[in-house]
Design a protein. Structure first.
Length: 280
């Protein structure tokens, strides 16, 4: 939903509401939603986890990240996303829906606000599908956001086996103007391509270190198909200049990864970047 490249980074879930012998108790239904859910790897061919936005001739934005659901009563679920937004949902006859359409959140990661107008969720086992319509509020105008085919998978909090899929050397592909992939946007500057390789090595358990071409090392925590910067704010000093990252999330299937990064340059200027890499 961010201009040119920023993915919305949402996750939701629901569960079957009807058991073989009739409706499940409201308390058990609410409990079944709780936990962490990751977006699956986006796929442009099927438009799975690819949002469209009315920017220019149309922009496609990959959706990655997670949400943690907690129960707020027998008929209410609270979802907290990894970008710092909280959303209220009602349990309906066939899934989850926004408790009140029009909920707005200022995204501190991307630096803009957005309003949710529709959000429908359905679950089958550990898999979830969703659709979202929203409005992204920017200084020049509002933009429409539409995710027609969202897909998520439930993950555990402690998942040391997930680290293996991220390890190795990864190469950036060519920049893609339609999605903003392999491009960095810095405030006040022209877009620049991301090139070269990224190497990820294992530390212990579900912790890994990403070694970027500028000589910096960044630590991430993996769960399921998703790795997130941990701790969530890190600074690297190279040649007496400092780069700070406030967000870095990666989703992978073991051979292909998509990532989103936010931070500040050595001149303390905000930047964002999208990566689309393949393992060498």
């Amino acid at each position: 939903m961010a201009r040119r490249l920023s993915p919305l980074l949402f996750v939701l879930t629901t569960t079957a509401l009807v058991a073989a012998c009739g409706s499940a108790p409201a308390e058990s239904v609410a409990e079944s939603y709780q936990g962490r859910w990751n977006y699956d790897l986006p796929d442009v061919a099927t438009m799975t986890n690819i949002a469209t936005m009315n920017i220019g001739e149309g922009l496609r934005g990959p959706q990655i990240g997670d949400i943690v659901f907690t129960s707020a009563g027998p008929h209410r679920i609270v979802g907290r996303t990894d970008v710092g937004c909280t959303w209220q949902f009602d349990i309906t006859d066939d899934g989850l829906a926004l408790a009140s359409p029009g909920q707005t959140c200022y995204n501190p990661t991307a630096g803009y606000a957005y309003t949710m107008t529709e959000w429908a969720i359905h679950v089958s086992g550990i898999h979830e599908t969703e659709s979202i319509k929203a409005i992204s509020h920017h200084s020049d105008r509002d933009y429409e956001f539409d995710l027609a085919h969202g897909a998520r998978t439930r993950t555990t909090e402690d998942d040391p086996g997930s680290a293996k899929a991220f390890l190795g050397t990864w190469s950036y592909g060519p920049p893609d103007p339609a999605t903003g992939a392999n491009t960095q946007l810095t405030v006040g500057a022209a877009p620049t391509p991301l090139t070269g390789t990224l190497t990820i090595t294992g530390d212990y358990g579900s912790r890994v270190t990403a070694h970027t071409p500028d000589g910096c090392d960044w630590t991430l925590l993996t769960r399921g198909d998703t790795a997130k910067l941990d701790p969530p704010a890190q600074t690297c000093t190279v040649a007496n200049s400092a780069v700070t990252l406030t967000y870095w999330t990666i989703v992978t299937d073991g051979s292909h990864q998509i990532s989103a990064v936010y931070g500040t340059t050595p001149g303390n200027t905000r930047f964002s970047a999208n990566g689309d890499l393949h393992k060498r």
